[in-house]
Ligand binder design. Sequence first.
Ligand code: BG6
Length: 466
Amino acid sequence: MNKFPKNFLWGASTSAYQIEGCVEEGGKVTSTMDLYGDKPSYPKGITGFKEASQHYKYWKTDVEMMAKMGLKSYRFSISWPRIIKDENGSVNQEGIKYYNDLIDELLKYKIEPIVTMFHFDIPLFVMKDGGVHSKNFVKHFELYSEVLLKNFGTKINYWLTINELNILVMMADGFEVLEKQDLSKQLKVLHNLNLAQAKAIIKCKEICPNAKIGPAPNIATVYSNTCKPEDYTAKLNVEMIRNWVYLDAVCKGKYSNIFIKFAKKMGIDFEVTKDDLDTLSKGKPDFIAFNYYTTMTAQMPTEESIKETKEKFDQQKGLVIPGFGMAAKNPNLQKTEFGWEIDPVGFKNTLREVYDRYGLPVMITENGIGARDELTNDGKIHDDYRIYYYEQHIRQMAEAISDGVEIIGYMPWSAIDLVSTHEGISKRYGFIYVNRDEFDLKDMKRIEKDSYYWYKNLIEVNGENI
Ligand code: BG6
């Protein structure tokens, strides 16, 4: 099997609103996510994001522990509402200082900082100006990206534009971006976000010509539920709107004919001007980053299958379009205790598909298992299931390299425990445990899990032991 390249960026990942907490400190303005946990739609009995892991306070300890783990890279997001104060684009210097200090600390330990510009936390002033429904979003995001590139550009080699642009569009109501799911609105959001992304890429090329920039969607191989031709059509349809429309827009600078016809058939006026196409075609990435958790299975909806699908909100489920496609369960896969299907071979296949379609180097910016980790009486966290999960996935990543896929780095989710998008702090992902419960902040102590030592060892030998 092929070896991991010498400079492979073994790392780990987080996002600002899920880890920082301290939402009223440092001149930060309010974001959609600060209010999300209080909304009636947010599940009851689990914490929101106001305190999170208080990384805003403990960032030095956290970086030191990451360095001791041997991380070569750390992918984090900058909080837009910590940087821009209002609709006129006034810059919060305290926020700039905070992230400059964080980046300097990472560089001190020779950890490559990989920055996501926007990971779900939209400032309220942007929402009030029409949010993602309005082309004003493009202007706000362009200005924000310019501030980031000018203030941190000399230190950052890898930029990521928008985290999971596709999940933002597909699960828009879950992220408080849309009031409710509505395909016509979703396609507008999709186009606005694509334009915003392209503008940021263009700015990056102007301001930081030596840096590399890429999108960071959530991509997953889509299986056909059966070998019935109708189910295969559903697979093609679903993968188009689940994966490819996003990557086509950024990598090819256009929407496919089949996608445009789909919008028309749905009676949606999907307006793309010549100027828009010009922007898309100038904003092409240097690499593709993507998050991978699981694969998806598609079937052609029948009356019966639609009736059966009344599952709880989850970013991996929920798609039903009559005559087009819907999600199905895959009986061949095991599930995490939170019901997410586990598919390491699907990881290799997804890597191959993405690389084969676009021919750009790939970076994995999320992959991991959410679990109810337990701090045991010996003061440790024995997360052997996480070690097993990573072993399986990293082995498949090695196979993808051996099959010819060019992979720059692997940044599993997450470096330290943080608050899940909608399942609280009980759904833990970190290599480092944070001693708090849903509502009891306890002492916030950081403790290395068994997986921390396992990953440290793997990094030391550059994955040779896998
Ligand atoms: C990704 C997001 O979709 O999945 C993260 O980028 C998120 O923000 C992660 O935390 C895991 O999802 P969840 O819902 O378990 O937190």
